[in-house]
Write a protein that binds this ligand. Sequence first.
Ligand code: NIG
Ligand code: FE
Length: 424
Amino acid sequence: MRADILILGADELLTLDKQAGFSPVRGKDMGKPVIVTDGAVAIEGNRIVACGRTDDVLKDAEIHPGTTIIDACGKLVLPGFVDAHTHSCFVGTREDEFELRNSGVSYMEIAKRGGGINRSVEFVRRATFDELLDATLSHLDTMLEHGTTTVEVKSGYGLSAESEVKMLEVIKEADRLHPIDIVPTFLGAHEIPPEFAGRKRDYLDLVINEMLPKVKREALARFVDIFCEEGVFDIEDSRRYLESAKALGFGLKLHADEMASLGGAELAAEVGAVSADHLVAISDRGIETLASSNTIPVLLPGTTFFLGLRNNAPARKLIEAGAPVAIATDFNPGSNFCPSIPITLTLACVNLKMTAAEAITAATINAAFAIGKGNEVGSITVGKKADILILDIPNHRMLPYRYGVNPVLKVIKSGEVVVDFEGM
Ligand code: NIG
Ligand code: FE
């Protein structure tokens, strides 16, 4: 086959396509990825056309004058990271809240005092389309430099029909302009906006009766999400919202069981959600229910760390129960201002007690399935999109181990080298 890009001689090639790349990796299989030594990948156009041992790939590869050859000797090659849960469309920052939390005030207490999500809502409502777009593109630049090639981005800082649509249109334009592929999620049920204070039901009616149909008509989101949490939307609110969204044809996601154990995980499985996210307070019953469903648990160790919480999501229990665990950054201006998957991998190892192999599986193939993209990205599989990272480390165990510095040497997105730190 014709090769436009050939990556050769990688110390380790992690394909992550254990089950032929077309299903999430469950339970203990997460810790056993196929590792090819002296690995190679061939790319034609925007697709992967071969991968395996360098000798084998070279036998079939047709090199032409325009072929780019990348020597990956001493390097780790793996699929581009998929960040399955982010709030990357925002302007304005909340570093004062970070300080308040570190002095002992909780995230929910700050929200009650008028801070939190509604602070960002104020910033986003005031921002023009272009201001919001510029900020979003700059967040995406940072993510791409740290190896993220596909990202889910939620609305949820508009909380009015007009501002939610503005956010989703910005997200759509960012997807068009930026190399990173974006999966858009409508999160109108993120918080109760100030003008609806004490009238949660009325706000949810507006979201369900006005916003959902409008977002559907204008094809602005693939998934919907809700903040199911004590003091925000309860299980009954969430069920009503998710059932309405399902009837309109949206895929479903939930912020579930983050602070309080409300049964969000069980609800996610009941309504057939593609993912249940956070899960720090998931019950043992929730773990069993999720493990025997097709809903993917998305764990966000950066958020737990940044909020200074002592409890962590029970990653080990979920993996031992056979669930296909994913991890993501939750990048947002409040509960986690960190867009880096490499650092999230370290936190998954240190705080969730995952192995390097499990964490990498969680941030690639399983994350891709958590946003409905598992058949296109998330593994180095012939036929999938050529989203590939060349990291300046010799093996996958080094990835979470050598933390706080960017391991990325090159990022290939859709068959193009879009980040190249070589020689810099
Ligand atoms: O996932 N919990 C709700 N949403 C975000 C926080 C958003 C914010 O604080 O701005 C989260 O942690
Ligand atoms: Fe979130």
